[in-house]
Design a protein around this ligand. Structure first.
Ligand SMILES: NC(=O)c1ccc[n+]([C@@H]2O[C@H](COP(=O)([O-])OP(=O)(O)OC[C@H]3O[C@@H](n4cnc5c(N)ncnc54)[C@H](OP(=O)(O)O)[C@@H]3O)[C@@H](O)[C@H]2O)c1
Length: 363
């Protein structure tokens, strides 16, 4: 694909992975993006040549719920990206040549799976400079999942140093970064993580002090967790990456109450851990979750409940840079594909919810 800008009549031609609605297939298309007449970008915008994107369950879910009447006709899929700034408006803090990573995901604008993207760095969910010696593929792996993990850890209102954290679903990319932030950034004493045997090595490398194989059944899982609590005390923070709400029935034995700053932080997402055919009912919060949220808001609950999602956060970029510099950030890949020939396989891999790390498209 061409690296040079193809602009005619204030339209930049990009080559992107697109779809029209939930049932239309993904395909490679040429899309015209409107640009400014002389400057190409507005003062608050940048134009970035994309080098890599990573795929997330939310990309497949947004596609399933999209229709032909809402948003652009040809919708560019994806949120996460990394690349090089090739044009920068004079009101942004970025300059030409900067290497950046970010998350473009919104319901109304074009996504990231394209050879060029235009956006306002101060407004999108995540936009950070790539730390030295981090590859484009590594940087593209970060935004959505590691930012969500960071938000989950920040639901604990006190200092997590020397505290106990439980991560449910540590085999997910969000879970894997939650373990890393908990141990290496917030310096929790103990991070217990549930994952399958396939993900144990990755989870231990991330810093988990104990892994519990959830595939061995509920009884096994709770026996292990109760064994931990008996010797180390209850958890100060539980991060649930897979909507494992059965844990809510065991709060009395596992989680410190809100009066002792205990928090149950739940990543919002699908109950169904197969994203190829997610229904609205799979995404809606359960009654258990809604009532816990209300009770927490009105101070009626013994336990604090906090929903978690990706958010703009001034501390996030420096937290990533710190861990990377200290060589405490592990980025795991499941697979990498050429964007224009491997996108179908890559999206199927993410939709299956069995990726053992991030799935990357290279541009
Ligand atoms: N709201 C937000 O802003 C936001 C942002 C990011 C992600 N999310 C949500 O967070 C969830 C995780 O996303 P992700 O991208 O991190 O996932 P992912 O990396 O695609 O997750 C894949 C992993 O899920 C694990 N898994 C599969 N079935 C499981 C089960 N029944 N119980 C426990 N683990 C299971 C597997 O690990 P094992 O080997 O351990 O089975 C697999 O390796 C999704 O629901 C996503 O939509 C929400």
């Amino acid at each position: 694909m061409s690296d040079t800008l193809d602009i005619t009549e204030n339209k930049l031609k990009v080559t992107a992975i697109t779809y029209e609605n939930g049932s239309s297939p993904l395909k490679v298309s040429e899309v015209d993006l409107p640009v400014q007449e002389k400057t190409i970008v507005k003062p608050t915008e940048v134009l970035v040549q994309v080098k890599a994107t990573s795929l997330n369950p939310v990309d497949t879910i947004l596609k399933q719920f999209s229709n032909s009447y809402f948003g652009p006709k040809q919708k560019i899929i994806g949120g996460d990206f990394s690349g090089i700034v090739v044009k920068a408006g004079d009101k942004t803090s970025l300059k030409v040549g900067d290497k950046v990573y970010g998350d473009l995901l919104t319901l109304t604008k074009q996504g990231s799976c394209s050879n060029f993207v235009i956006f306002e760095p101060e407004k999108i969910l995540v936009c950070e400079k790539i730390p030295d010696n981090m590859s484009f593929e590594q940087a593209a792996s970060l935004p959505c999942v590691s930012n969500t993990a960071f938000q989950a850890l920040k639901k604990y209102s006190g200092n997590l140093k020397d505290k106990n954290v439980l991560v449910l679903g540590a085999g997910t990319a969000v879970g894997c970064f939650s373990v890393q932030f908990a141990r290496h950034y917030f310096e929790a004493a103990n991070v217990v993580a549930t994952c399958s045997s396939k993900s144990t090595e990755k989870t231990e490398k991330s810093g988990a002090t104990l892994t519990v194989d959830y595939t061995k059944g509920e009884q096994f899982k709770y026996d292990q967790l109760l064994g931990f609590v008996k010797s180390h005390g209850k958890f100060d923070l539980i991060v649930d990456c897979v909507r494992d709400e059965s844990v809510m029935d065991h709060f009395d034995s596992l989680l410190k109450p809100a009066t002792e700053q205990g928090v149950f932080a739940q990543v919002t997402g699908s109950y169904l851990l197969d994203y190829s055919d997610v229904k609205l009912s799979n995404l809606l919060p359960s009654w258990k979750r809604i009532s816990s949220g209300f009770k927490t808001s009105f101070g009626f609950s013994k336990y604090a409940y906090a929903p978690v999602r990706t958010s703009r956060d001034a501390e996030y970029g420096s937290a990533i840079a710190k861990l990377w510099k200290e060589k405490k950030l592990e980025i795991f890949f499941d697979s990498q594909y050429d964007a224009y020939t491997g996108f179908k396989e890559a999206f199927d891999r993410v939709a299956s919810c069995s990726a053992q790390g991030k799935v990357i498209l290279k541009f």
